[in-house]
Design a protein around this ligand. Structure first.
Ligand code: ZN
Length: 519
């Protein structure tokens, strides 16, 4: 028996040795493609934060060129040949080992990417870069018609993309799969409808409550420079390494990784809206902490990357909501907030402030929505973009459809397209299938946080002292360090012992808002 085992081990290690040079060539090629992709991300970051407007057309050419180059590298025929050779290798035996996970993910990504013709990739990159530039102008001018032809072109190209990738149920499926690998439109629709059914009565009960916090105190004067330094101090305190990242200003906040040791986050400031920038910074910091916690030695390979957008969003939402909107967090930070904004907060008690930052009301703008109604904003976009991709809704009719849904789900109608259909950058950037990952992020976040609290004991006691390190270490240990070793579904089940469910989020929201609104 032991002789057989030894024989197997000997053959396995010989095969390992034989396959190692091929595996190394594969890794080198993929890391070179990542290197180029990060140069492309830098061009994009610069476009959003620093580039003068007149640089736009040439930047679009540069971005299209880089997108084509990256695609060429990622889809080089030799990568396919190496993957073919490695598929039966012992290196691929265990799909959760470093080599096995890399080979499995690269195979899947390669097969998907090689289905897209390079001309389509370049057309899409150019249309989306121009689309974003025109979107900014259209949003500023509150003029949807200006953006309409760009969106029509982008949709045409996205349908071509879905057709090239292939699908059984709906062209939305292969687009969703780009952001949440392994998820299906039907399953997301089911989970979101369960969430909606549980949320609607809670939103109604809150709306009918006589006990209401006064959110107007957040619209007092909060000088922008003080907002910036207070936001940076909070980001540092929860663990963001500014030696390996920075914060800048953009029209639409985001986080992007430009390399190991270089994570960029952005926000936007409004003197009379404290929550926008502050919770925006906590949100993007949550994304940034995930990027900073990925294993650097595997940078550029799947095992060094994030799992999915939904899992990425679970990290941002946890720091923004479960942590940043908790009473314990403000027991530590409120005295500092009062010192930073004396004119606005000197006569405001901590409890009043806690109520104000947790004010729930139907609103127009997704990124400024409270954590209870937020998922209804996602549901609206999810339904509309499925209809657009499936050609059931024409772009010309989109503003009307948008307004109808806001009336139906939230009981309000946007007074302008700038605060309505033009508010999000996603469609102008061709990001169809992206929105549902925000709601998945909220669900994952609640499920992970419940487990972290069970594993770590009294998290509030640490937060009150301004100590967030035990939660961050838990996230590093359970999520960050694994990179893309597990699928989103595997990760959730592995950490929490159950599949994705809406119950933890609903029970957290019910307990918290039941107290605030006296339900
Ligand atoms: Zn986010």
């Amino acid at each position: 028996m032991s002789t057989v085992v030894n024989e197997v081990n000997r053959v396995t290690s010989e095969n390992n040795r034989a396959d190692q040079p091929i595996y190394q060539k594969l890794c080198d090629a993929v890391q070179e493609a990542t290197l180029l992709a990060r140069i492309q991300h830098l061009l994009e970051w610069d476009e959003q934060t620093k580039m003068p407007k007149a640089g736009g057309a040439y930047r679009a050419d540069q971005m299209a060129y880089m997108a084509g180059l990256v695609h060429q590298k990622q889809t080089a025929p030799e990568i396919g040949e190496w993957l073919d050779q490695l598929v039966d290798s012992p290196l691929a035996d265990d799909p959760t080992s470093d080599t096995g996970a890399n080979i499995a993910h690269l195979r899947r990504d390669y097969d998907k990417k090689t289905r897209l013709p390079q001309s389509l990739v370049e057309q899409l990159a150019k249309a989306c870069t121009l689309g974003q530039q025109v979107w900014v102008e259209a949003r500023n001018a509150d003029d949807f018609k200006k953006f309409q032809p760009n969106l029509e072109e982008i949709l045409c190209l996205k349908r071509e993309e879905a057709a090239a990738l292939g699908y059984e149920q709906t062209p939305y499926d292969p687009l969703l799969d780009d952001y949440e690998p392994g998820e299906s439109t039907a399953n997301v629709a089911r989970v979101l409808s369960e969430l909606r059914d549980a949320l609607v009565p809670l939103v109604q009960a809150i709306a009918e409550s006589k006990q209401r916090p006064d959110a107007s105190l957040l619209a007092r004067s909060y000088p922008v420079e003080a907002q910036e330094s207070f936001g940076i101090a909070a980001a540092k305190r929860i663990g963001f390494d500014f030696g390996a990242g920075r914060l800048d200003v953009t029209a639409h906040p985001f986080c992007t990784g430009l390399g190991p040791g270089d994570v960029r986050i952005t926000t936007r400031y409004d003197e009379h809206a404290f929550s926008d920038a502050f919770f925006g910074i906590l949100h993007e910091t949550g994304h940034g902490l995930y990027d900073q916690g990925l294993p650097r030695k595997h940078y550029g390979l799947p095992i060094g990357e994030d799992v999915s957008l939904g899992i990425h969003e679970s990290q941002s939402r946890m720091w923004e909501n479960q942590v940043g909107r908790s009473r314990a967090f403000w027991e530590h930070f409120y005295p500092q907030a009062q010192a930073a904004f004396p004119a606005a907060l000197k006569d405001v008690a901590k409890e009043e402030f806690y109520g104000a930052i947790n004010d729930v009301r139907p609103s127009l703008v997704r990124v400024e929505a409270d954590e209870v109604t937020y998922n209804l904003h996602i549901l609206i976009r999810f339904e509309l973009e499925q209809a657009l991709i499936e050609d059931r809704l024409q772009v010309a009719d989109l503003p009307g459809a948008w307004n109808e849904k806001y009336q139906h789900y939230l009981g309000i109608t946007p007074p302008s397209d700038a605060d309505g259909v033009l508010q999000d950058v996603h469609w102008s950037a061709g990001l169809f299938g992206y929105f549902p990952t925000y709601a998945l992020g909220n669900l994952y976040s609640a499920q992970f946080f419940r487990q972290a609290a069970a594993d770590l004991g009294d998290l509030d006691a640490s937060f009150r002292k301004g100590d967030f390190s035990s939660l961050l270490s838990w996230l590093r240990e359970n999520i960050h360090r694994h990179g893309r070793r597990y699928s989103p579904a595997e990760l959730v089940e592995r950490i929490t012992g159950t599949p994705l469910q809406h119950e933890p989020l609903i029970s957290q929201l019910t307990a918290k808002y039941g107290e605030i609104y006296g339900l």
